[in-house]
Write a protein that binds this ligand. Structure first.
Ligand code: NAD
Ligand code: UDP
Length: 340
């Protein structure tokens, strides 16, 4: 297939490009590089022996999207482009609505004008809000709620896509709800490279390990979980990338708009992840326990059975693999890609 990958220079997008090459696809990336470095394309090329065409531009810039779709015929779009930081979205809601929602509306409009109806969309487990423990593991029909402007952009885009698909039977849309993507390509050439002090657990851990940060604070050890720390469903970014390729194989046969969880189905606690990481590191990771982080759910993990049923896909890599690869990336690239 020939695929348009928006946001393909970013963390999940770049790993998906490698998986797409391995599956024999061709691709063009549309990315404005607002949160990524073109260095990621050099790394894709080193790993795959091929380099995607990069169009530097904004998905919300109609002239860019139109001329790209005029100039090339695509079989499907994987739409990663968007802002993704929960905390930043609280401080800058307008920027999130503008970039994620207004931008996606332009992309969707140009897609339909060009007869391009196969779409794989990056949604998130954030659409489940703060889940009621009785709904765990989360199935795709669990109640939906948004707890931040970022979460609203994902939920509203899902609603928009559901309505568009209900009104026009041409659409084939897969709403992939990612749980907690972590880890890096096993080569250590590609990985997560956040701006500033990370908010997410794994990049915070790796930056403590490399000495850029002093110690990890574990937010809360009095949750009603097996060790008192929060439970999440971490998914290796290469499993996630392969999940997109599995979704692409089916998208043309699945009409309408279908939500699919991409998670492992296993809950791992913060303390368990730290223990796995210490195994990879070969020494203790400086950490202490602190108060709960406001708004955190005690536990959130997927029922991953629909992805297996529809795509024949499930995760292959465990928490030890995620920690080994995250540390391999961070230790080989102490400052990430450097060039952002
Ligand atoms: P990322 O920031 O590394 O990648 C996003 C890419 O999109 C970046 O390269 C950025 O430059 C680009 N971009 C942003 N706005 C753009 C615009 N208007 N036009 C063109 N390019 C634009 O993030 P990621 O972690 O790779 O996430 C990819 C997608 O997956 C996002 O939509 C994110 O919301 C979603 N997601 C991520 C996670 C996670 O934990 N990483 C979890 C659930 C969902
Ligand atoms: N967490 C933590 N210390 C940190 C960052 C995160 O203890 O410095 C915990 C957080 O409370 C949550 C888990 O790690 O229980 C995963 O947090 P992250 O922000 O990565 O993902 P999310 O909470 O959005 O699922």
């Amino acid at each position: 297939m020939n695929i348009l990958i928006t946001g393909g220079a970013g963390y999940i997008g770049s790993h998906t490009c490698v998986a797409a090459y391995a599956a024999g696809h061709t691709m063009t990336i549309l990315d404005d590089l607002s949160n990524s470095s073109p260095e990621s394309l050099n790394r894709i090329e080193t790993i795959s022996g091929k380099r995607p065409r990069l169009v530097v531009g904004d998905i919300g810039d109609r002239s860019v999207v139109r001329s790209l779709l005029d100039s090339e015929t695509f079989d499907a779009v994987i739409h990663f482009a968007g802002f993704k930081a929960v905390g930043e979205s609280v401080a800058k809601p307008w920027e999130y609505y503008q970039n994620n929602i207004a931008g996606t509306l332009v992309l969707l409009d140009e897609m339909r004008k060009h007869g391009l109806y196969n779409l794989v969309f990056s949604s998130s487990a954030t659409v489940y809000g703060n889940p009621d423990p009785k709904n765990l593991p989360l199935r795709e029909d669990a109640p939906l709620a948004a707890v931040s402007p970022y979460g609203q952009t994902k939920l509203w885009l899902e609603d928009i896509m559901r309505a568009m698909a209900a009104a026009d039977p041409n659409w084939h849309i897969l709403l992939l709800r990612y749980f907690n993507p972590v880890g890096a390509h096993e080569s250590g050439l590609m990985g997560e490279d956040p701006n500033g002090i990370p908010n997410n657990l794994m990049p915070y851990i790796t930056q403590v390990a490399i000495g850029r940060l002093k110690e990890l604070t574990i937010f809360g050890n009095d949750y009603p979980t097996r060790d008192g720390t929060c439970i999440r469903d971490y998914i290796h970014v290469c499993d996630l990338a392969e999940g997109h390729i599995a979704a692409l194989r089916r998208v043309a046969e699945l009409p309408g708009c279908t939500p699919v969880n991409l998670g492992s189905g296993n809950g791992v606690s913060v303390a368990e992840l730290v223990t796995s990481f210490e195994k990879a590191l070969g020494r203790p990771l400086p950490h202490r326990y602190g108060p709960r982080r406001p708004g955190d759910a005690a536990a959130c993990y997927a029922d991953a059975s629909r992805a297996l049923e529809l795509f024949g896909w499930k995760t292959k890599r465990n928490a030890d693999d995620m920690c080994r690869d995250a540390w391999n990336w961070q230790s080989k690239n102490p400052q990430g890609y450097h060039t952002k």
